[in-house]
Design a protein around this ligand. Structure first.
Ligand SMILES: Nc1ncnc2c1ncn2[C@@H]1O[C@H](COP(=O)(O)OP(=O)(O)O)[C@@H](O)[C@H]1O
Ligand SMILES: [Mg+2]
Length: 377
């Protein structure tokens, strides 16, 4: 068994014993070893690599004359358990951030730029804040930032101190009975020197700085407006905030949907669960009530089905979305009864009530924490 611990599932990044993938090991009198490994999916493309690794390591042991590896498939329940274990392991190894563990984290991602990630981020954040939540917004599209303009924020972020550490203070924006706490590169760089300092950082490193050096405070939700495509920053997110979930934005066009599949794949490999798909720019309804599918139809539903997740909402193409972005007040609060505005609010409600409810601070975690604090005096 200890030898098998060296066999790392290349996809899950943990060893196969710890993950519970080794179901049986039998050693015969003649030194032949038979191992049964359960895979998360039967057709797992990594089986060849796992087999080679298991055989190689066991053959190297003294007394082992032969190795046979059989593969089985996990039941859905076993699969869920393995994924949870892998996620927990990632969480245990994750570097500490200033984001509380009780914060629900949603990364808004897409395969392509221009599909409406930033619009979805600011509208959902506003709709959530309007319900009374404290919502962090991290503009993780580091150099393609557009969130400050869409939320009508200008100016510079201040600093606060925590002991002898200097932290960045997010920009608070009151919305209804809640607040958005915004951090964006657009609110940090005004002079050439800071710009050069930040530009020198790799994007993934910049994300790390934002998560570790911002005094986020207690947030119910944290929304990240991701840069388009897959890459370093997605991987970094999985490492830094393994509790993050991903919302994938796509348009109804087939081509866009294909790229989105790759993002979902990347999400899975960096331990992020995909919360669902949002189809943006769905159909355009003109003043006469006639609807047109300008960007095709069915892409969102198809992608959701491919990924086995929910199609969380379909936001119509509505010029008011764009106008509200330009005016600095997202449509979900500027015109909550408009077609797109009400759809954003409906998605926010679905997140709160069903997909990812806020962590109930009246629940056990809070009680355990309070008890621990009391015990410490
Ligand atoms: N549902 C919509 N209806 C009309 N315009 C939209 C809609 N969603 C986004 N837009 C506009 O499309 C452009 C791209 O959206 P944006 O949110 O910046 O995309 P991304 O962040 O994915 O690059 C922006 O000008 C935005 O105002
Ligand atoms: Mg954007």
């Amino acid at each position: 068994m200890s030898t098998l611990r060296r066999v790392i599932d290349p996809e899950l990044g943990a060893d196969i014993v710890e993950l519970g993938m080794v179901q049986d090991v039998a050693v015969a009198d003649d030194g032949a070893v038979a191992v049964k490994v359960a895979l998360t999916i039967a057709g797992c493309p990594l089986r060849v690599q796992i087999r080679r690794d298991v055989e190689g390591r066991l053959r190297a042991l003294p007394g082992v004359t032969d190795v046979r590896v059989d593969f089985g498939e996990m039941t859905p329940a076993q699969r869920t358990e393995v994924m949870q274990r892998a996620r927990k392991k990632a969480a245990d190894n994750a570097p500490a951030t200033q984001v509380p563990l009780t914060t629900r984290v949603i990364a808004v991602a897409s395969g392509k730029g221009g599909v409406g990630k930033s619009s979805v981020t600011v509208n959902l954040a506003s709709a959530l804040a309007a319900q009374g939540f404290t919502v962090g917004v991290l503009d993780a599209d580091i150099w393609g930032f557009s969130v400050p303009r869409m939320l009508g924020v200008r100016g510079r972020l201040g600093a606060s101190t925590d002991g002898d550490r200097k932290l960045i203070r997010p920009h608070p924006i009151p919305v209804g009975s809640g607040t958005i706490e915004l951090v964006s590169m657009g609110l940090l760089v005004d002079d050439e020197d800071t710009a050069i300092m930040w530009r020198g950082l790799m994007l993934a490193k910049a994300l790390e700085e934002f998560l570790q050096k911002v005094a986020w405070g207690s947030l119910d939700y944290l929304l990240l407006d991701m840069p388009p495509g897959t890459g370093d920053i997605q991987m970094a997110l999985g490492r830094l905030l393994p509790q993050a979930h991903m919302l994938i934005v796509t348009t109804p066009a087939q081509a866009v949907q294909k790229v989105a599949v790759r993002v979902a794949d990347m999400a899975r490999r960096s331990y992020l669960t995909v919360l669902g798909v949002i189809e943006n720019m769905s159909q355009f309804t003109c003043d006469h009530g006639q609807s047109y599918a300008l960007f095709g139809a069915g892409g969102g539903a198809e992608l959701a089905q491919d990924l086995g997740v929910a199609l969380v909402g379909q936001i119509p193409l509505e010029p008011a979305v764009s106008a509200a972005n330009d005016a600095g007040t997202p449509l979900s609060v500027a015109a909550p009864t408009s077609a797109a505005g009400s759809e954003f609010s409906a998605i926010a409600a679905r997140i709160v009530e069903d997909l990812l409810p806020p962590v109930d601070m009246g629940g056990c975690t809070a009680r355990v924490l309070a008890a621990a604090k009391a015990a410490l005096g």
